[in-house]
Write a protein that binds this ligand. Structure first.
Ligand code: GRF
Length: 216
């Protein structure tokens, strides 16, 4: 049940790595801070991602769906997206959360779940987003450009890369002497709050059928 007494919102979380954002979501669900969201499954596109160990520890169904490297890029993305759509349907997911997921999604999945897929990105989008902007590359670009602040953005996933409407942002200062690692760490702490807030917001909206209202 969510705060307004609505039904639970099943969530599928997509991961590629360590899964600290997934952990924040798992903790929030246990503490009833997920707006009625219930994590029904976790999909990794990397074998042995530690995020899967975190999910298994909570008895959440885990799936590994590896990109098929024998396929050309477009087909590879489509094939992976189709397999994720199948997992989403199997788990009855209403909301899909990309919590540190590195593959690019496209095709039917994006349409079937339009407005119901969210992603967290470690910059103040639209700055420092787009193809190839992930991990250290983002933070290095922020430092190279002399920005005085950075942060993270949770946004709706559309057909572009990091282009969908923002749900919320959290800001951090860029400090003198920052390295990509120190900046990444400061942002990562904010991500854990942002992803939980955004997931709860989406779950509440989906449960109540509220019209979508985005930050931009
Ligand atoms: C985060 O910085 C997220 O913004 C990016 O990938 C990282 C994942 O971290 N997309 P974790 O696996 O959740 O710890």
């Amino acid at each position: 049940m969510n705060k307004s007494g609505g039904s639970a919102i099943p969530i599928l979380v997509l991961v590629s790595g360590n899964g600290t954002n997934l952990q924040a979501l798992l903790d929030a669900e246990k503490e009833n801070r997920l707006g009625g969201g219930v994590i029904r499954g976790v999909v990794s596109d990397r074998a042995g991602a530690f995020a899967l160990t975190r999910a298994a520890a909570e008895n959440i169904p885990c799936f590994t769906e590896l990109p098929d490297t024998s396929l050309p890029r477009e087909q590879r993305r489509r094939d992976l997206s189709d397999r994720i759509l199948k997992r989403a349907r199997e788990t009855d997911a209403v909301l899909i959360i990309l919590a540190g997921f590195l593959s690019i999604l496209e095709g039917e999945l994006i349409h079937a779940y339009a407005g119901r897929i969210i992603n967290i990105h470690p910059s103040l989008l639209p700055k420092f987003g787009g193809p190839g902007m992930y991990g250290d590359r983002v933070h290095r670009a922020v430092l190279d450009s002399g920005e005085t602040e950075s942060g993270c953005t949770v946004h709706i996933v559309d057909e572009g890369t990091d282009t969908g409407p923002a749900l919320l942002r959290r800001r951090v200062p860029v400090l003198p002497g920052d390295t990509p690692d120190s900046l990444a760490e400061r942002i990562h702490r904010e991500e854990h709050t942002a992803i939980v807030e955004a997931a709860a917001l989406m779950a509440e909206r989906l449960a109540s059928g509220t019209e979508k209202v985005f930050e931009n």
